[in-house]
Design a protein around this ligand. Structure first.
Ligand code: SAM
Length: 430
């Protein structure tokens, strides 16, 4: 466990964002992978010992977790690029039309019962395939690889697109997943990156690599607390307009994780009716799926970076020792209210043994009648790292937190992208 603890501490201070530390970070990742593999081996050995001693019996596995095996299909295109030439707006109507179409029925037939190691329904597999073909994602993430069945579908769609990478993770897959993936046609292997990591380490890794996602498939640990974390982190890394597919929403954990998330983030929409159909008097009623014959919720990210009453931060970013302000582009056409901001500049030195934080908070009154849609705000005086001035050998991160206290409903301010720090001298008007 030592590796895990060191890793958590390392992440806390986040200097692993910085290039000078990247090598050490890679080494830790390898150590972590080795630790996980040996822990899994130890757990399996214990399990075998317990079973041999007759203390308990595992249920006979003829569940879907036991793959039926079977040959991997050769690679051939099953759709034509012409079917995906138009820029489709992914919304409920689009999904309804798609599901009623003959083209979709053909894809559903194609993936009926295939791959046998996939844990989702035929409809869900076909939908994922189609969604990827339409969205042409640069990056797809899957939490919970299991037997790589759904991963194979995602890889096949990416291969047909000719672009995009699947990042898939499973902390219990170190010995299970790679041999399966190695049996795939090589072009599918080329678009797939498997990680034997828990979703927490996986999201840390994606954040460090600055990987933004277009589609996230959440299908890991289904307890509420784990599923909620996965939803929050996927939302943080999804690009505007990105889609999150949350599996097994007939179970309490994933469903209520999604419900809590939508409650706190009203700019996100469910691409279906599983949420609107919810009655608190029937907390366990099922089915609760955005798609028919399936068990998943589809959530779509807003088209912009949205600020509400709860402070929002894009996380710690690599920074210099001096910040003179920030700039942002407002996408909301009509706005009136107070923008609250807080800057946290963190300085690290001596292998993270010395850490200092410099903070600056303030608020700006904004009104669309008088404020333009580009805002450059000047910090007077600039926020500077005093530790850097004393020693000259620090690393820095910056976090910009924003909250919006608006008078209109829905009470959010939309930015076209997260705010950007200004680092040079400031010469203009505020
Ligand atoms: C339902 S299966 C995934 C099925 C797979 N996505 C599919 O569609 O075929 C759930 C997987 O999540 C993995 N898992 C459990 N805890 C996890 C965690 N903390 N992070 C990521 N994956 C986890 C399990 O090992 C298991 O293989």
């Amino acid at each position: 466990m030592l590796g895990l603890i060191e890793r958590a501490n390392y992440t806390l201070i986040r200097t692993d964002l910085l290039a000078r530390e990247r090598h050490a970070s890679d080494m830790e990742l390898r150590r972590l992978q080795a630790t996980l593999a040996s822990e899994r081996h130890a757990a399996e050995t214990n399990l075998r010992r317990l079973q041999a001693g007759g203390l308990f019996q595992l249920p006979q596995a003829h569940s879907r977790a036991e793959p039926k095996g079977g040959a991997v299909r050769p690679l051939h295109r099953i759709t034509s690029d012409a079917d995906f030439a138009d820029d489709a707006t992914i919304n409920r109507e689009w999904i309804e039309k798609l599901l009623a179409s003959e083209r979709f029925a053909a894809i559903e037939l194609e993936f009926r019962g295939y791959p046998p190691g996939s844990f989702v329904s035929d409809t869900q597999r076909a939908f994922l395939f189609w969604l990827i073909r339409v969205m042409k994602p640069r990056a797809v993430a899957e939490i919970g690889t299991a037997f790589c069945g759904t991963s194979e579908i995602i890889a096949r769609a990416l291969w047909e697109n000719g672009t995009g990478i699947l990042h898939t993770t499973d902390p219990f897959g170190a010995e299970r997943a790679p041999p399966i993936i190695r049996k795939w046609p090589e072009p599918l292997q080329d678009v797939t990156r498997f990680f034997p990591l828990s979703s927490m380490d996986f999201f840390i890794m994606l954040s460090e690599a600055k990987t933004m996602l277009d589609i996230a498939f959440i299908d890991g640990d289904h307890d509420f607390e784990f599923a909620y974390f996965d939803v929050l982190m996927a939302a943080r890394l999804l690009r505007p307009g990105g889609v999150m597919v949350i599996d097994n929403t007939n179970q309490t954990g994933p469903y209520y994780a999604a419900a809590q998330f939508l409650h706190d983030n009203p700019d996100w929409i469910e691409l279906g009716n599983a949420m609107t159909g919810f009655r608190s008097s029937q907390p366990f009623s099922i089915p609760r799926s955005s798609l028919p014959n399936s068990d998943c919720l589809l959530l779509k990210a807003p088209a912009a970076y949205s600020i509400g009453r709860i402070p929002r931060s894009p996380g710690q970013l690599e920074a210099g020792p001096r910040i003179t302000g920030f700039s942002m582009n407002i996408a909301t056409p009509k706005f009136h209210g107070l923008l609250h901001y807080r800057f946290v500049l963190r300085a690290f030195r001596d292998g993270n043994r010395e850490i200092e934080e410099y903070k600056r908070a303030g608020k700006i009154a904004l009104n669309s009648a008088t404020t333009g849609d580009v805002l450059n705000h000047h910090l007077d005086p600039p926020l500077v790292s005093l530790m850097q001035e004393r020693h000259g050998d620090c690393l820095h991160t910056l976090e910009i937190e924003l909250a919006w206290e608006g008078s209109e409903t829905p009470g959010t301010l939309q930015l076209s992208a997260p705010p950007k720090p200004i680092v040079g001298e400031y010469h203009g008007q505020i």
